[in-house]
Design a protein around this ligand. Sequence first.
Ligand SMILES: [Cu+2]
Length: 177
Amino acid sequence: MAKGPLVLPVFLVLAAAAMAVMLLVALSTRLSPLPYSQVQPNGYKLRRWWFVILSVGLVAIFAVTLPWFPYPPLRAAAHAAKNDTLYVKITAQQYGFTMPSVLPLDRRIVFEVTSLDVNHGFGIYDPRGQIVAQVQAMPDYVNHLPVTFTRAGRYTVRCLEYCGIGHASMQGGFDVR
Ligand SMILES: [Cu+2]
């Protein structure tokens, strides 16, 4: 359906609604002011209902949208069933990364990222120079970073955590194909 013809009617309806609200507010101010002792209980009652409605609404929205949770753990089971995940070890060290030189396109990869000395960052930039994913590289920890590359080409990896005098030049890369 074309968008154009809908814009004017929608605008008119919204404008009419806004004007009606303003008119109601303007009319309501013509009455003499109520004493505070009369306003306060109503305000508290309204606030209580608003709290209940918001709480129920938020829980409902949370429950309904949970299947679209954007992060991988809930979806991991489906991938594991297909058994198509490639686990890739990444080791950061002042001032470079140990990693494979070629990685597959359109396949789920889980980077297992750690560091041999201090905290580093592991930031992946696609061939256009846009950041795709990043995680900390920490000594004595393995952080898991799931990524599926959908664009072939040369990817650059940069350290995103100041790690010493050579930090600025700490980078690596791999080809995706
Ligand atoms: Cu660094």
